[in-house]
Design a protein around this ligand. Structure first.
Ligand SMILES: Nc1ncnc2c1ncn2[C@@H]1O[C@H](COP(=O)(O)OP(=O)(O)OP(=O)(O)O)[C@@H](O)[C@H]1O
Ligand SMILES: [Mg+2]
Length: 261
């Protein structure tokens, strides 16, 4: 198992001092070399779980293990050097940086870390600016096809692109890194359905060709069905159903309570 969550619990207090238990003992294992989906209603705590895994939320109890190593409550910058990449929900490019600069920052050299940290990387990233630029062009071509408009806009600021375009570029940018585990928060949200096939191919290639592992959050069930091997359903602060994607999505209770079918 590349990632293990053990008995994760988290509560928060609102302005009226009322305490809400958001996560009530989440246990979840993510197998290497697979695409795993995490589904559940709005506000169920999916993004919070991603924040816990990647070190952005530290007010929880329980354990997070990456490659067998306990990373619970390590700071986010440490965890990101250990081979964990993330696509955030919403807008996420650096608005003032150009498209090319945004691509290149995702492959910044990793220097001076312990051998243990390097172990979690599939490949050590250390390349020249020219190599990075060549790789960025290669990736943009792979994702958007030959002669795509982005190749002619490499020096445009990220803020000049639409929301959906920024999501697409952010997804392409993940391919610049060599992360062992990728957390994708609603990759298809806000993106034209014509790109769903491209996203599916990118995600399957990450796993099948590049030896990466993907954990994704999605509300688009057709997409989940077509891309994920394993699915977990989060409800009432717990994983209440896990299994093959077809089994979970065809579960009667999930169909009724989450899918509204
Ligand atoms: N520290 C906090 N203080 C107040 N509320 C919080 C805190 N952390 C989480 N919440 C609340 O917990 C709930 C879970 O949020 P989260 O973003 O994890 O949901 P989600 O499953 O990702 O939902 P969606 O599918 O809509 O993205 C939300 O209602 C949020 O407002
Ligand atoms: Mg969310």
């Amino acid at each position: 198992m590349i990632l293990e969550l053990e008995d994760i619990r988290m509560s928060y207090t609102n302005a009226r001092k009322e305490v809400f238990n958001l996560l009530n003992g989440v246990n979840l294992s993510v197998e290497s070399g697979k695409v795993t989906a995490l589904i559940g209603g709005n506000g169920a705590g999916k993004t919070t779980l991603f924040n816990i895994i990647s070190g952005f939320e530290r007010g929880f109890s329980g354990h997070v293990r990456l490659g067998g190593r306990d990373i619970s409550r390590l700071p986010a910058y440490r965890i990101s050097t250990m081979g964990l990449g993330r696509l955030f929900q919403g807008r996420q490019l650096m608005a003032d940086l150009t498209l090319m600069e945004n691509m290149k920052i995702a492959s910044d050299d990793i220097m001076g870390e312990s051998p243990l940290d390097c172990f979690f990387r599939t490949k050590r990233v250390r390349c020249s600016e020219n190599d990075k630029e060549r790789r960025a062009v290669e990736i943009l071509t792979k994702v958007f096809g030959h002669d795509n408009k982005y190749l002619g806009m490499l020096d445009h600021k990220a803020s000049e692109f639409s929301y959906g375009e920024q999501r697409l570029i952010a997804m392409a940018r993940l391919l610049m890194g060599n992360d062992r585990l990728l957390l994708l928060d609603e990759p298809t949200s806000g993106v034209n359905p014509r790109y769903n096939d491209a996203f599916r191919t990118i995600i399957r290639d990450m796993v099948e060709q590049d030896g990466q592992t993907v954990l994704l959050i999605e509300h688009n069930m057709n997409f989940v069905r077509s891309v994920a091997d394993i699915c977990h359903y989060l409800s009432d602060g717990k994983i209440i159903k896990s299994g093959s994607t077809a089994d979970v999505l065809d579960d009667l209770e999930i169909r009724k309570n989450y899918l509204g079918l």
